[in-house]
Design a protein around this ligand. Sequence first.
Ligand code: AMP
Length: 404
Amino acid sequence: MDTILVVNAGSSSVKFQVFSVEGEGTLRRQIKGQMDGIGSRPRLRASGAGGDSLADRAYPIEAVPDVPAAMRVAGDWLRDELRIQPIAVGHRVVHGGPDYARPVLIDHGVVARLERFVSLAPLHQPHNLAPIRSILANFPALPQVACFDTAFHRTHSAVADHYAIPHHLHAEGVRRYGFHGLSYEYIAKTLLQIAPEIAKRRVIVAHLGSGASMCALRDGQSIESTMGFTALDGLPMGTRPGQLDPGVVLYLISEKGMSASNVQNFLYRDCGLRGLSGVSNDMRELEASQESKAKLAIDYFVYRIGLSSGMLAAALQGLDAFVFTAGIGENSANIRARVAEQLGWLGVAVDAAENARHSRLISRLNSTIPVYVVPTDEELMIAQHTLSLLMNSQSPNPRHERVS
Ligand code: AMP
């Protein structure tokens, strides 16, 4: 059985999925797994297509001190115990910088170019690159593909791509990139199947998970995003504040004596729903809480989604559909109903019963704008890109792309 391995490596965990390649390039998910607690309490967990547990085992710290070791242990487990030897590996890489507008087949030159973007995403890019380097060293013949969170947004116009700062900073990479691109690309493709007429028009997609952003799609292409230079901007998230006056950062430095790394930790870990509520970063806990600050955090989340919708509708010069996706967007009927209320001025009206059922189409017949719930699947997107680049590279005219 031919398989594709998809890898999503973070600082303390490596998530992986295995897809089998079926007839005519169809992909079927076979295994979902992750190595958590890297360098602290390593644990490998994996389940099969039906949710059946395939592994749940702890390792000593010395066995899994870092991401490459985690990749090695998970790879050995797949190979030795499940007899899985993938024909290619697809990686989620957060930053493709200004260069990459689509996934790319990896070689040493690509790795060197992606290393240049470490300074643009210091918390993610090094961890994304670690398993790539280790597979390149240990299995040099195994094709690897990098799929970027930024690539889908490279269709933005120059005005959407700039900040009002001196041009030399833009030239060195200080731009409004946008993230969650693999999720938006999957939604754009899926809309084309479930509502082809809508997919060609003006659509706002709200990716509401522990990271949250929104994207304006026109004819299936991204024209604007709430995220910018980093994944800190835009909507409030589990632990990140979203849009913030840069003066707040200056205040933290000058009045609170915080260093750059203190500010970084603060902005990535202590803000957002967690910081505002003082209760939790998890929407389920906030919805269950009686604390007034938990209510304020939810109110703020919904309010900012409403504000950002206005901004994106202005970028699109109108709106033809709204889509919810990711953990909160797919599962919280309450948040969807409240966001829809915020969009009432646009003529949005949600059907309470369809919304409670998490139906695909949750708007009422008389809603001027249809509202959809579409579960995202970034890993399938990565597997599809990996397979198609693999097939392309084996054709007589390989398209080995780098777009400037
Ligand atoms: P994601 O990052 O897309 O996996 O989304 C994770 C977030 O989705 C969690 O932090 C929860 O806050 C949220 N979530 C998942 N299930 C539900 C639910 N049933 N109701 C509300 N929020 C949920």
